[in-house]
Design a protein around this ligand. Structure first.
Ligand code: NDP
Ligand code: 2IT
Length: 448
C-alpha cells in the first residue's frame, strides 16, 4: 500500500535516501506514516512546525568501538551504538540490545518505535535505544563483564539520570545491567538511577522483571474484553523463551489460558498439556540452555528445529515475543486459517507489513508492539521515580500501577482509532495517540 498524502510520501522518499541500507528503520517509519495520514490532513500546524521532518531524524547518533579481552587473552572488537532519538517529553529512555544481528538500522528502528511507546505510557520519557553486535551466547561471565565494562566506559560519557537512561532488551538482562551499572558508578563516582532493570539490592524495581510479559497480557486482556472475549480456556502460542516470553506465559496461564508452545532461535517445543514454565525458567533463567532440553523433562512434548513452524500450531491467541519480522504474510495466513483470532506483540515489530495486512483482512484483533509491550518501559519509568525519591514500592503497588497504565494505553489506542475514523485499528490508534503528545511538545518547544 502506498501513501496517499503527497507531503508524507515525499518525506518518506527523503527518509529512504538519507538512510540507505536500513530496511527495518524504513519499515517502522512507513508504518507510522501510513497511520498518520489523517493527522497530517487535520493538523496543518504540525506540518508547518516541521514536526514530521524532525521526528524521523535522531537528535544524536553515537557509534563507538568496544574492545575487550576474551578468556584466551585475545583482544576482540565489537561496535557499540546509542541512538538518542527524541527528547521532547523527557530524557531519552530505551533498552540495550546485545545480538550479532545488531547494526545501525536495527537500533534506529527500535529507537524510533520507542518515542511513541514511551509517549503512550503517560510517563515523561523520550525515545532512545542502544546496543552492540556482541553475542553474549557462549561467553563466560568474565567475558560478558569485560565487554559490559568496555561498553559503559564509552557510553557513560553520553548518559545520565536526567539525560538518557538505558535498560535491558534482547541479550541484556540483570547480569549485564549489573556489570554496566557497576562500571558507570565507578567512572562517574555517582550512585544514581542511570539504568533501569537493576538488581533489587541496588535500586531495581520490584516487578520490572515481569513487567513486559505481564503488561502484554494486561493489554491483550483489555483488547479481548472490549471485543467480548477473554483468555479463559484459550489456547495460546508464544514465541521466544526469554524475559518477555516467560512472563507472558506466566500471566496468560494465570488468566486461564493454556500456553502450548515456546521457542528459541534454534527451534520450538509443543506441549499439548500446557508448557511447564518452571522447567523453562530453570533452563533459560538459570542454566542458559536451549529450549530443546525441555524434552529431558517432558519427553511427551514435541521439538521441531527452526523458528517459523511455531505459527503452524493451531491457537486462539498468538503472542510473538522473540524478535522483529518473525511473523510473515504466510505465517499470518496459516494462523488465521487455523482459527487464531487475536495477535498481540510482545516483541518489537515482530510482524512484517504483509502479516499486518493479513490480520486486518481476517478481522483479527491486533495489538501492536508500541502499545502492547509498553509495560516494560513503563515500569522502568516507575523505577526512575523510586530512584529519585530514594524509596522502593511493593510488588503489588508496582503491579497495580502497571495494570492501570496498560488499561490507559488500550483506552488511548481505542479512542484515537475512533476519533480518526478507524475504529478497531489499534495500530493506527497507537501511532496517532503516541505521536500527538510528542508532536505538541515539539511544536511548543520550537525548531530544535
Ligand atoms: P531475551 O534476550 O530475554 O529473549 C529473546 C528471545 O527471543 C530468546 O528466546 C531468543 O532465542 C529469541 N530470539 C532472539 N533473536 C532471535 C532471532 N533472530 N530469531 C529467533 N529467535 C530469536 O529478550 P527479551 O525477552 O527481553 O526480548 C524479546 C523481544 O521483546 C524483543 O523484540 C525485545 O525488543 C522486546 N521487548 C523487550 C522488553 C524488555 O523489557 N525486555 C520490553 C519491550 C519489548 P535465543 O536465546 O536462541 O537467541
Ligand atoms: O523495547 C523496550 O521497550 C525495552 N526493551 C525496554 C526499555 C526500557 O527502558 O525499559
Amino acid at each position: 500500500m502506498a501513501l496517499k498524502n503527497q507531503y508524507l510520501a515525499d518525506l518518506l522518499e527523503t527518509v529512504k535516501k538519507r538512510n540507505p541500507g536500513e530496511p527495518e528503520f524504513i519499515q517502522a517509519v512507513t508504518e507510522v506514516f501510513m497511520s498518520l495520514e489523517p493527522v497530517a490532513e487535520k493538523r496543518p500546524d504540525l506540518v508547518e512546525a516541521g514536526v514530521f521532518e524532525r521526528i524521523v531524524e535522531p537528535e544524536r547518533q553515537i557509534i563507538f568501538r568496544v574492545p575487550w579481552v576474551d578468556d584466551n587473552g585475545v583482544c576482540r572488537v565489537n561496535r557499540g551504538f546509542r541512538i538518542q532519538f527524541n527528547s521532547a517529553i523527557g530524557p531519552y529512555k530505551g533498552g540495550i540490545r546485545l545480538h550479532p544481528s545488531v547494526y545501525l538500522g536495527i537500533i534506529k528502528f527500535l529507537g524510533f518505535e520507542q518515542i511513541f511507546k514511551n509517549s503512550l505510557t503517560t510517563l515523561p520519557m523520550g525515545g532512545g535505544k542502544g546496543g552492540s553486535d556482541f553475542d553474549p551466547k557462549g561467553k563466560s561471565d568474565g567475558e560478558v563483564m569485560r565487554f559490559c565494562q568496555s561498553f559503559m566506559t564509552e557510553l557513560c560519557k553520553h548518559i545520565g539520570p536526567d539525560t538518557d537512561v538505558p535498560a535491558g532488551d534482547i541479550g541484556t538482562g540483570a547480569r549485564e545491567i549489573g556489570y554496566m551499572f557497576g562500571q558507570y558508578k565507578r567512572i562517574r563516582n555517582e550512585f544514581t538511577g542511570v539504568l533501569t532493570g537493576k538488581g533489587l539490592t541496588f535500586g531495581g524495581s520490584l516487578a520490572r522483571t515481569q513487567a513486559t510479559g505481564y503488561g502484554l497480557c494486561y493489554f491483550a486482556n483489555e483488547m479481548l474484553k472490549a471485543n467480548g472475549k477473554s483468555f479463559e480456556g484459550q489456547t495460546v502460542v508464544i514465541s521466544g523463551s526469554g524475559n518477555v516470553a516467560i512472563y507472558a506465559t506466566e500471566k496468560a496461564t494465570e488468566l486461564g489460558a493454556k500456553v502450548v508452545a515456546m521457542s528459541d532461535s534454534n527451534g520450538y517445543i509443543y506441549d499439548e498439556n500446557g508448557i511447564d514454565l518452571a522447567v523453562v525458567k530453570q533452563l533459560k533463567e538459570v542454566e542458559r540452555k536451549r529450549i530443546k532440553e525441555y524434552l529431558n523433562f517432558h519427553p511427551e512434548a514435541k521439538y521441531t528445529e527452526g523458528c517459523k513452524g511455531i505459527w503452524t500450531i493451531p491457537c486462539d491467541i498468538a503472542l510473538p515475543c522473540a524478535t522483529q519480522n518473525e511473523v510473515d504474510g504466510e505465517s499470518a495466513k496459516t494462523l488465521a486459517a487455523n482459527g487464531c483470532y487475536a495477535l498481540c506483540e510482545g516483541a518489537n515489530m515482530p510482524s512484517t507489513p504483509e502479516a499486518i495486512d493479513v490480520y486486518f483482512e481476517n478481522n483479527m484483533l491486533y495489538g501492536p508492539a508500541k502499545a502492547a509491550n509498553a509495560g516494560g518501559v513503563a515500569v522502568s519509568g516507575l523505577e526512575m521515580s523510586q530512584n529519585s525519591e530514594r524509596l522502593s514500592w511493593t510488588f503489588e503497588d508496582v503491579d497495580n500501577r502497571l495494570k492501570g497504565i496498560m488499561k490507559e494505553i488500550f483506552k488511548s489506542c481505542d479512542e484515537a482509532s475512533k476519533e480518526y475514523g478507524m475504529e478497531g485499528n489499534y495500530m493506527a490508534g497507537a501511532n496517532i495517540a503516541g505521536f500527538l503528545k510528542v508532536a505538541e511538545a515539539m511544536k511548543a518547544q520550537g525548531c530544535v
